[in-house]
Design a protein around this ligand. Structure first.
Ligand code: OGA
Ligand code: NI
Length: 346
């Protein structure tokens, strides 16, 4: 069995130690292995966001949220050059020498800008096959001074990307609100001081991709996620009990509903299980933007969606309580456990 390396980041274990077997702390129990041979290639809805018929966009997004919880958007308003630059600085960042990447290393969850690995190295028994750089992005001016200065264009390109993706996030939240029959500002109005965060994920090539995961199956704890991925496949989404691979389409974003939309919609829209799998030959970059409430924002079903026939499925809670639970308990069992505990204590 391979020995556990002293290096902090997985990419450096992979590139310096030239391992042929993955370290034992990355090996998942059989029930959590990805069974890659069973993953099917299928598509998720692809929606033109600026179709002149707005009602058509609202209907398509509503249907996608009900049926899948996941969809892709084209014609989304984020310029192609902004996307290309963002992917390039992410690649350049992960190609920096180890000591340069480690300058921002921290396993402290309270540190807003940080480089780390896996999910939460402080409390997890099984590690995930990824390194990441997490940065807060809204308002950009409040955080840009924390961001990397290497590669030299990092701050400019990332700031442009964050601003542009935020416009998209606001638009999506409007359409999702309208598709639920709510006022278009409903979701935006529930979030307190809005939070936008971005992760730059790097999943290094893996000598034994059948034994481990880049990120294990989870739902996203946020409101919505806007995912940009490079040309290497790796995202799997659960659909009708099967894992489907969502192959990259250039210049589109993958959108998914987070736990908070499931709550606000009183269960009409479902958060969806997804995971990142890894492969033998190619490193993969993905860049999710997470849009979320501030920690003091109170989450609960929209009153308009609670009726005698459809009573509230969730009690109210603050987003901060939820966030802490997920980071401390691990990615996989968050939503249902939290909701049943919250409901029974009220
Ligand atoms: C995430 C996530 C998927 C991917 O970061 O929450 O689900 O393909 N990422 O990287
Ligand atoms: Ni996710």
């Amino acid at each position: 069995m391979a020995v556990t390396s002293k290096r902090l980041l997985l990419s450096d274990i992979v590139s310096f130690d030239k391992i042929k077997e993955i370290p034992s702390n990355y090996i998942r129990p059989i029930s959590q292995r990805p069974n890659l041979q069973d993953v099917v290639h299928d598509s998720i809805p692809l929606i033109d966001l600026h179709d002149p018929n707005r009602q058509h966009v609202i209907d398509q997004i509503g249907q996608a949220c009900r049926d899948h919880g996941f969809f892709q958007v084209t014609n989304h308003g984020v310029p192609e050059s902004t996307i290309t630059n963002m992917l390039q600085i992410a690649r350049d960042f992960f190609n920096l020498p180890e000591e340069e990447r480690l300058k921002l290393y921290s396993d402290d969850l309270n540190k807003t800008t940080r480089v780390s690995t896996s999910f939460n190295v402080k409390n997890e028994k099984i590690a995930s096959w990824r390194d990441f750089l997490g940065i807060p992005c809204y308002p950009v001016e409040d955080y840009i001074h924390e961001w990397p200065t290497n590669p030299p264009s990092f701050r400019d390109h990332a700031a442009e990307y964050c601003r542009s993706v935020r416009v998209l996030a606001l638009e999506l939240m409007e359409v999702i609100s309208e598709s639920l029959g709510l006022d278009k500002d409903y979701i935006c109005g529930q979030l307190g001081k809005h939070c936008q965060q971005m992760a730059l994920n790097y999943y290094p090539p893996c000598p034994q991709p059948d034994l481990t995961c880049g990120l294990p199956a989870h739902t996203d704890m946020y409101v919505i996620t806007i995912l940009l991925q490079d040309e290497v496949p790796g995202l799997n989404v659960m659909k009708n009990g099967r894992w489907i691979a969502v192959d990259p389409v250039p210049n589109t974003f993958i959108i998914n509903i987070g736990d908070q939309v499931q709550v606000m919609s009183n269960g009409k829209y479902k958060n969806v299980w997804h995971r990142a799998v890894v492969n033998r030959d190619k490193g993969r970059i993905s860049i999710p933007t997470f849009y979320s409430p501030s920690s003091d924002a109170v989450m609960g079903p929209a009153p308009q969606l609670v009726t005698d026939d459809e009573p509230a499925l969730y009690s109210q809670f603050t987003y901060g309580e939820y966030y802490d639970k997920v980071w401390n308990n691990g990615l996989d069992k968050s939503f249902d456990t939290f909701m049943s505990e919250t409901n029974s204590s009220n």
